[in-house]
Design a protein around this ligand. Structure first.
Ligand code: DSN
Length: 420
């Protein structure tokens, strides 16, 4: 980053500090990861310089000879990896991608049935403050109080009563597997489209550590930067019969020119995801999450649904007498980065909820395994038990830094790199 350093030392210094922060902490945000140097290279390439409105072979700009090849290649890789008929790799990220699906398949005011946000669903699955809940009519399913899991009989009952135009299966804070086959059956029974939002679990689907929504879903949306370990973007996969509507909704419906540097970087990530190493990576994410969950349970933590089947753990801290926000801030001071999170049936408000959310994609990318998960659980336990003791947090931050040294991650520079 010599040119950046010379031109803009201020931004350079902040990027370097962030790099050091990412290197020296245990990052447990389940939606984050460390991309490879190859993905970083493609993201920072001269593809940044191009405008390419349209699709391969049908552009509104000349000069697309290489861009068309790149986009076609990336679409082919996406179709091959997920066994899909059609792929659109242009959405800027998950929220516009979901919006494109609604624009393509629904009339304004029709009904979207999605998982309730406080139960682990996403804003764009029909929550009131999002466009999906403002311009369409939202109805919701959730988890049961007793199990913390989705009850498919309840989903069927709500779908039969409400007759949604689309049913969305997907979540940001659900530690269990989705029964995509049952969702597909229910959607067909009530005459609804079925959208599977696999943003969180796409890497697990590729690694066969979570069942695939194909061929049950009409449309599959995934962001590309979570367990899939690519740049920040999204992919829409669908049957050939819906391809034209989906493509038109993305461009010109919602977006202008695609971000070609991101498209190329998605292609790199898809190539990486097709390797045996990635397959092993996806399965290790789940093994690590299980090991972390088991150690937390042994230490008396209350996990929503009692554990995990995927990459994610949701802890209700009520029994520990600590609120989520306070715990997540103390953990950050101790070098463990997670986020405070609502738990199902939370009596507290979303800005200061009862829980925290953890995930293992990033630590698994660094090569950490079960023994490290047990150390991380012990640190979490100690921080939560001494949530106001900054000396404890400082000592643990040092121990975390020491452990992280043994697990380098791509793109993070070296110790001693100049910061300004
Ligand atoms: N913000 C993402 C997450 O953290 O789960 C979802 O879009």
């Amino acid at each position: 980053m010599e040119a950046l350093r010379a031109t803009d030392p201020e931004i350079y210094g902040l990027v370097r500090r962030e790099e050091r922060y990412q290197r020296d902490s245990v990052r447990l945000i389940p939606s984050e990861n460390y991309v490879s140097q190859a993905v970083l290279d493609a993201s920072g390439s001269v593809l940044q310089n191009k405008y390419s409105e349209g699709y391969a072979g049908r552009r509104y700009y000349e000069g697309q000879r290489y861009i068309d090849k790149i986009e076609s290649l990336v679409c082919a890789r996406a179709c091959a990896l997920f066994s899909a008929e059609h792929a659109n790799v242009q959405p800027y990220s998950g929220s516009p991608a979901n919006l494109a699906v609604y624009c393509a398949l629904l009339q304004p005011g029709e009904t979207i049935m999605g998982m309730a946000l406080p139960h682990g669903g996403h804003l764009t699955h029909g929550w009131d403050v999002s466009a999906s809940g403002r311009f369409w009519h939202p109805v919701r399913y959730g988890v049961t109080r007793e199990t913390g899991r989705i009850d498919m009989d309840q989903v069927r009952e709500i779908a039969r009563q409400q007759r949604p135009r689309i049913i969305v299966a997907g979540a940001t804070a659900y530690p269990r597997q989705f029964d995509f086959s049952a969702f597909g059956e229910i959607a067909r029974e009530v005459g609804a489209y079925f959208l599977a939002d696999i943003s969180h679990i796409a890497g697990l689907v590729v690694a066969e550590a979570h069942p695939s929504p194909l061929p049950h879903a009409d449309v599959v949306m995934t962001t590309t930067h979570k367990t899939l370990r690519g740049p920040r973007g999204a992919i829409l996969l669908c049957r050939e019969t819906l391809a034209e509507s989906i493509d038109k909704a993305v461009f010109p419906g919602l977006q202008g020119g695609p971000h070609n540097q991101t498209t190329a970087a998605i292609g790199v990530a898809l190539r990486e995801a097709a390797t045996p190493e990635f397959h092993a990576y996806g399965r290790q994410i789940v093994s690590n999450a299980r090991a972390l969950a088991e150690e937390l349970l042994a230490r008396g933590f209350d996990l929503v649904s009692g554990g995990t089947d995927n990459h994610l753990i949701l802890i209700d801290l009520t029994g520990k007498g600590v609120i989520g926000k306070k715990a997540s801030k103390a953990l950050d001071r101790a070098g463990i980065v997670c986020n405070y999170n609502t738990v199902p049936f939370d009596p507290r408000k979303p800005f200061s909820p009862s829980g925290i959310r953890l995930g293992t994609p990033s630590v698994t990318s660094r090569g950490m395994r079960e023994p490290e998960m047990r150390r991380i659980a012990a640190w979490i336990d100690e921080v939560v038990a001494h949530v106001d003791d900054q000396e404890v947090h400082k000592r643990i931050a040092g121990e975390v830094r020491e452990m992280c040294r043994a697990f380098p991650a791509p793109g993070l520079g070296r110790e001693g790199d100049p910061v300004v």
